[in-house]
Structures are given as C-alpha cells and as structure tokens.
Design a protein around this ligand. Sequence first.
Ligand code: NAD
Ligand code: UFG
Length: 338
Amino acid sequence: MRILVTGGAGYIGSHTLIQLLREGHNVLVYDNYSNSSPEALNRVKQIANADFNVCEGDIQDAGKLNEAFGSFRPEAVMHFAGLKAVGESNEKPLEYYAQNVSGSIELLKVMQRHECRRIVFSSSATVYGNAKYLPYDEHHPMQPTNPYGRTKYFVEEIIRDWTASWGEASAILLRYFNPVGADPSGRIGEDPNGMPNNLVPYISQVAVGRLKHLKIFGADYETRDGTGERDYIHVEDLARAHLAAIEFSEATTGCEAINVGTGGGATVFEMIKAFEHASGQVVPYEIGPRRDGDVARSLAAVDKAERLLGWRAKLSVADMCKTTWNWQSNNPYGYGSK
Ligand code: NAD
Ligand code: UFG
C-alpha cells in the first residue's frame, strides 16, 4: 500500500517506518525536521534494508502537501506530525493550534482533494484529563487540561466530523499512553531537543552522565509508593498498533478512537529501579514538589484495541529500559554530537 507518513522522521514515526517497510509498504515521509534529524531516516533505511521517498515540508504548506499527494498518490496517511510539549503549549498556545489543528485541517483538505480516504492519527491519553475512573476507557469524558491536549481533542473532533461528511472515509484515532523504548538495533531512539520533559529520556540521560540527577515530581501521591504511575508502552508495540490500525481502516468506514497502552502501570520509583537493572548504572535522584497538571495515575483500558485491531502489547518494562539504554549508551548525544 502507498502510505504518506507525516512526521515520519520523529521518534514514533521512525519506529513505525521500520515495520511498514518490513511489511513491504511503499512509503513517503513528509516532515519539516523541526524536531527531528534526517539522520534518523538514513538509519531506518539501513535497519529495514529498504528505501522510501522523502519530502521536506510543513503540513501547513498546502501547496507542498498538494504536490506530494499529486506525485505519490497515497492510499492512506499516518499523521504523526505536530508539536508535543505540554509545558511549551502553555507558553505558545497559538503555535500549537496553528501546527497541530490548522496543519491537520490542511492535511485533511488535501487528502479529500486527492480522494485519499484513510487516516491513522496520533492522539494521546492526555485528551482524557483528570481521571473520573480508571482505567481510562474510550468513553471516559474528555477534559484535557492544557493547550497541547486540547489540540489533540479538537483534531479528533475535526476528523470525526470529516469522516461523518464523507461516507467512504475511515479514521483511527490512536490514543497513546506513555511511549518509551527504542528499536533493538540501538540505532534509532528518542532524541529530545534540550532538556527532556519526560521521565524515561531524563533517566537515560542521567544514566549516561549527561545530567546529574533526576528530580522526582512528588512522592506524596496516592499510589503504592507515593510517585506517579503511568502505563508505559514500548514504541515497537505502538508501531505494530499502527499497522493493525491501517489494515483495519481498509475494511471499514467511520471513525474509531482506540487506546494504545498495556493496561498495567509502573511508578517513578519502579521505573528507576528497572532502568538501573537494565543499565547497570546508578540513577541518583532528588524528591521535589509535584509538577503542575500531573495526575497520580494513568492506565489504559485495552480491550477495544484487542477487539477491533487484534492487537495487544507484548513487551515489558524491562524490554523498554533495555532498549532505551542500548540506544542511549551507543548514542549518548542522540543523532548529534556533544
Ligand atoms: P516527534 O517530535 O519526535 O515527531 C514529530 C515529527 O513531526 C518530527 O519529525 C517533526 O519534525 C515533525 N513535525 C512537527 N511539526 C511539523 C509540521 N508542521 N510539518 C511537518 N512535520 C512536522 O514526536 P513523537 O514522540 O514521535 O510523536 C509523534 C506524534 O505522537 C505527535 O503528534 C505527538 O503529539 C503524538 N504523541 C506522542 C506521545 C509521546 O509521548 N511521544 C504521546 C502521545 C501522543
Ligand atoms: N516525572 C518525574 N521527573 C521527571 C519527569 C517526569 O518525576 O523529570 C514523573 C511525572 O511526574 C509522572 C511520570 O514521571 O509521574 C511520567 O511523566 P512523563 O512526563 O514521562 O509523562 P506524562 O504522563 O506526564 O505525559 C506524557 C506525555 C504527554 C502525553 C501523556 C499521555 O508527555 O504528552 O504522556 O500520553 F499526553
């Protein structure tokens, strides 16, 4: 199948590409490299031993998108492109709405113009907001607590209206929980710009000696050890979920939101211990105050993914830590250099 992948050079996109290529799909990556490196794409080609097309462009650039669709004629789109930092979205909400919401509208318009009727969209568990009950199922009320989360919520609603208006259209909204881990080759992985916002990239930069110690954001939550609990999902499992979703969309019309998690959770202390075990390094930490906007626990109900997509997560927290360390220790400065 011909699949156009927006944001394919990024963390989750690059891991998904490997599996698309292994399945023999024909791919065009459309990315502006605002948060990624073309080097990730070179490495994907080597790992998968396969080639694909690349177009450097912004999803807000309708002309460029139109050209890419005209020459590649995709049958489906995987839409990863967007901005994703919660804290930054509070400071630059208009930038987030422009890139994530307006950019997605441009993409949908061009898709329709070229009669491309299938999309898999990267949504997030953050659309749920504070838990009314756990685990979050797909019917849980949606009350995102920051501009980033609201962009995901709005795009979901826009895509839902778009599919309702076009009987042949099919959309899968994948609500990721906490993606971590890396390809087992150790050649691609998460490479955040500047200070990492998320727990596992932060821990791995401490373990490799780039950062001095981890700051734990609160140890007074109502969890088994007082630290925040999350449903971490291996990026390789997440990539497989995309393949299952694109297959499912071939046979269906309409719009489905589907959680992508494991159904189990790990606390910050548990993640530190697992990472120390996988890496053989000590991860020094300090306990600080809670981070604004954080919830105590976040866990996915995963039966819908299993029922509709025939997909379930296979990899463990130990696998997530082992592959993250393999990537980080082989590439202490990610795709760049010190
Ligand atoms: P990433 O930043 O590594 O990848 C995003 C890619 O999109 C990058 O290559 C970037 O250069 C590109 N991009 C950004 N804006 C663009 C634009 N306007 N035009 C073209 N390309 C653009 O992020 P990721 O972790 O791979 O996340 C992928 C998607 O999944 C994002 O939409 C993100 O919001 C969503 N998501 C991520 C997480 C997570 O924890 N990583 C959780 C839930 C949802
Ligand atoms: N944490 C620390 N110290 C850090 C970073 C995180 O103690 O330096 C803690 C947090 O307080 C939380 C846990 O580690 O308890 C996980 O935090 P992350 O920042 O890794 O993940 P979040 O669940 O807060 O948020 C992530 C993404 C969001 C996405 C959400 C749900 O950053 O974009 O998962 O998918 F919306």
